[in-house]
Design a protein around this ligand. Structure first.
Ligand SMILES: [Zn+2]
Length: 406
């Protein structure tokens, strides 16, 4: 501190020791410098810019104007074919203005567009920075957007929007851009100058699904091996599935399940599976072909009365096999038409008859297994040719053998 005080004192003494004339000159020079500094803080030397005879603003640097012109030309290039939107050279003139009067960039841009003579003030619809269409006012712009959306919406549409950053701006734009809402929508969807707008929609779909029932098998010692009974009948369940479908301009972009609710759980089928060892002489419940030949007369099919079985034609002496396990209850000639006949009781409600045999190879009381040779094809009894008459009876009632034979 002391040093500074001393230095100041020395300068002051020196200043007062110099000649009065010189002192006046120094005072004047310092005054001019201060005024110049103050002036420079408030005012600035700038370029006034004139385009096509119209003043469009003041800039500190000429490059600011060329940058703005380049931006405009680039942005609206599609609307001017091979020409530039702004194809006139700006004219510059130096001037002093208050610093606050330097034109901001967006104002300069609008002034240049206005001076171009090819642009009109309008409401521009921009998507992702691309000027797609221009209309008279904001309401018309909203209408054009709604027309675009309506092309891809129906009663199933839950949500709808234009994809991307949509902006509605009041500004100068190519005069050729200005049109009505309908044409604006066509231009936005048509992609004449830019990619067509993307209308993103969401739909929800709800439907019912059947849930297939499973099967549980429970072993049962009361039932014979190979036999099964249904204890609980299976029933399918029901579920409600909700899906979200996202589309762009009507094409599906994603389809995802958003929820699944079980409305009714399925009831599993419960099957009793027999484990009890089957004694010999008890049928399995399924029947094999006793003799493999051509069937010449079917069950129930005869002009004179009802045919109780099927006739299988074959040469005399051909083998006849037991159709299932059982016990022989009759093996002899029977009056009344059957001729030589073997009857087997399968001890499960079923009986089988093998008639017109030429030879019988079993006797009453024999226990036979499915496939055992029991007799031979013949022409005994009321028969007009060598054949096997085969019957299946259930609880005494004749059945159609073709419904049973494997
Ligand atoms: Zn017959």
């Amino acid at each position: 501190m002391k040093k500074i005080k001393n230095a100041c004192k020395r300068i002051y003494k020196k200043y007062h020791s110099i000649n009065i004339k010189v002192r006046k000159t120094v005072n004047f020079a310092v005054g001019i410098c201060v005024i110049a500094m103050l002036f420079n803080m408030e005012f600035s030397l700038v370029y006034g810019v004139v385009l096509s005879g119209t003043e469009v603003g003041c800039v500190s640097q000429k490059s600011a104007v060329t940058e703005v012109i380049n931006k405009i030309n680039e942005k609206y290039a599609p609307y001017y074919s091979n020409l530039d939107a702004i194809d006139v050279m700006p004219v510059y003139s130096l001037k002093f203005v208050r610093r606050s009067d330097i034109t901001p960039e967006d104002t300069l841009c609008e002034n240049i567009k206005k001076a171009s003579g090819t642009m009109t003030k309008q409401t521009v619809i921009e998507v992702d920075g691309n000027a797609l269409a221009g209309v008279l006012n904001e309401a018309e712009a909203e209408k054009a957007i709604e027309i675009c959306k309506s092309r891809f919406t129906d009663e199933n549409t839950a949500e709808c929007e234009i994809a991307g950053n949509v902006e509605i701006k009041e500004e100068y734009a190519p005069s050729s851009l200005l049109t009505g809402a309908e044409v604006a929508a066509e231009r936005m969807l048509g992609g004449r100058y830019f990619e067509p707008v993307k209308v993103a929609t969401v739909e929800y779909e709800t439907y019912e699904n059947e849930i297939a029932y499973g099967t549980e098998r429970v072993e049962n010692g009361e039932l014979y091996e190979g036999n099964t009974t249904v204890e609980v009948k299976g029933e399918n369940g029901k579920e409600v599935v909700k899906r979200k479908i996202e589309k762009i301009n009507g094409s599906i972009k994603s389809n995802s399940e958003i929820s699944k609710t079980v409305e009714k759980a399925p009831t599993n089928e419960v099957l009793m599976v027999g484990t009890k060892e089957k004694p010999s002489g008890v049928g399995t419940g399924s029947f094999a072909v006793p003799y493999n030949g051509n069937i010449t007369s079917r069950y129930g099919q005869r002009s004179m009365g009802n045919h109780k079985g099927v006739d299988i034609v074959g040469p005399t002496g051909s083998p006849i096999y037991a159709s299932d396990d059982g016990v022989v209850t009759y093996a002899d000639f029977e009056n009344g038409g059957y001729g030589n006949i073997v009857k087997i009781d399968h001890q499960n409600g079923y009986e089988t008859y093998y008639a017109h045999c030429s030879e019988i190879l079993v006797k009453k009381g024999d226990v036979v297994k499915k496939g055992d040779l029991i007799a031979k094809v013949g022409n005994t009894g009321r028969s007009t040719g060598s054949h096997l008459h085969f019957e299946i009876r259930k609880n005494g009632e004749t059945q159609n053998p073709l419904d049973y034979i494997d």
